[in-house]
Write a new protein. Structure first.
Length: 95
């Protein structure tokens, strides 16, 4: 699924974190996050779908780029929740 409109309309976003690990799909996810025409509600749904996969995404070349966009595009509350997930895993990420 590389069509931003199809991803936006999808009700099941559990796969977003895994899409973020693929170079082509990562581009679609980042474009959705950066788009001014995509509602904040959709961006929040994408952020929530990534929760629980922060470590996996942060140590992956494509996934970490998506995380950068997520942190830039989401609300402060969402940023705090996502960063708390990585807080106890900082040493693992550095190694």
């Amino acid at each position: 699924m590389t069509d931003p409109k199809a991803l936006e309309k999808s009700q099941d976003l559990v796969f977003v974190a895994y899409l973020s690990l693929d170079v082509i799909s990562m581009t679609v996810v980042t474009r959705i996050l950066e788009s001014k025409s995509v509602k904040m509600e959709m961006k929040s749904r994408l952020v929530k779908a990534m929760k629980g996969n922060m470590l996996l995404m942060s140590v992956h070349e494509s996934g970490c780029r998506v995380l950068q966009r997520v942190i830039e595009c989401c609300t402060l509350e969402e940023q705090v929740l996502l960063c708390k997930e990585l807080k106890s895993k900082i040493l693992y990420c550095v190694e």
